[in-house]
Ligand binder design. Sequence first.
Ligand SMILES: [Zn+2]
Length: 484
Amino acid sequence: MDIDKSRNFSDWFNTVISDAALADLRYNVKGFVVFRPWSVKSMKLMYAAYEDELEARGHSPSLFPALIPESNFKIEGEHVEGFTPQVFWVEQAGGNKLEERLAMRPTSETAMYQMYALWIQGLADLPLKIYQSCQVWRHETKATKPFFRSREFYWIEAHDCFSTEKEARAQVKEDMEMTEAVVHQQFGIPFLFCQRPEWDKFPGAVHTYAADTLMPDGRVLQLPSTHLLGTNFAKAFNVNYQDEKGNRSPVWQTCYGPCISRIYGAMFSVHGDSKGLVLPFDFAPLQAVIVPILGKEKDGLAIMKYAEEVLEHLHKAGLRARIDSTPSTPGFKYNHWELHGVPIRIEIGGREAEQKSLTLVVRDAPPKTKATIPLASAAETIRKEGRLLSARLVSKADAYFNSHQAHAKTMDELKAALERGFIVRAPYCSMEKEEGKACADEIKAKLVGDVRGIKYGEAAPAHGEKCVQCGKAAKHFAYVARQY
Ligand SMILES: [Zn+2]
């Protein structure tokens, strides 16, 4: 392929998905896609990285049922109101109508918290920090887009309980730190964490904080969000603990939801280039591919034998590698593996076989940049080159993200910056529904911009700053962007 993603992101995105066989969109349920091996292998590695981070910070895995009785679902008022329009319902089993219909989980609060009520008795049971890796279903009414928004997606949901508000707030902060450690440092995706406006919170939450990243077409995509649930769900589901004095109090709760299938979509969109995927070394299904270059027939056997030796050396070192011994030409193979984002290509011909060396090409190197290295240190060099590639991807992504930020004081400035595909900071009246939603609606209607909220930890504007839309005193700096 040869498509500039900055000029035609949609074309680039669809071509990568089909040509690198990431997903098949021909499944005959609308909004559902088939994820194919090349994307699933990466997503499994991403799941593992996230699960390791969660467990290192005190979470334990569980698996809850996918079906939730309607009666559970109705227990928390705002939650049921927010999610009902998106729920898939199971109404029959074996041809008989069920006595109570069952929701296919759109998220698992209402499945998990009734069990938490049974598990949590006293302070000894707290904190409780549990996550599950699973898929959820939401009948999205917005246009679907594979990886970014489909009606079935693959995520992790962590649901934590504490005895104090302070610990719950600290968990929200820790969720943001985990996002930084995994999504930014490991997957290489920069983001901005915003506290969402009151009118755009998770249904049932006290506060919602969400990470927005920027796609090559200048639109933001929401990545993990973390929610301070307060005691709303605990009161509804009777998740109480008894303190030393014998008083029973509701627990403080948080939940955190990194969607792996969406983050994968963001990862390949942020790092890809005109030739296709560029994947961070640790998340590439294949880290190195060996392309034998069989010149004269008499060398063929020796070259293949040597390629096997190289492969064994790499496998012993724990690298994911293979030999491409298909009958295609070397040039065809180079394009094929570049499209698939394999970080390192190893070329082996008669000279390499004779010298016990290999020729390396790194996926993001300028054309014709090659290095010949000895077999003895190959695994070590490949790891080092892989780490450098991953680090370059983070810096490049950061540079793009940081250069697409602007500040606007007027609607004209806001409009101009949004049209250039920027995330724009602007003084804003209020994040309360009654006072501030009307301005967000105006900005949406006039400029196709979405008020994403206020940056976590950012100070309020100085006295005298005026809302970019209504001109009233600005309580906040809002971040505005066009969104998926
Ligand atoms: Zn306003």
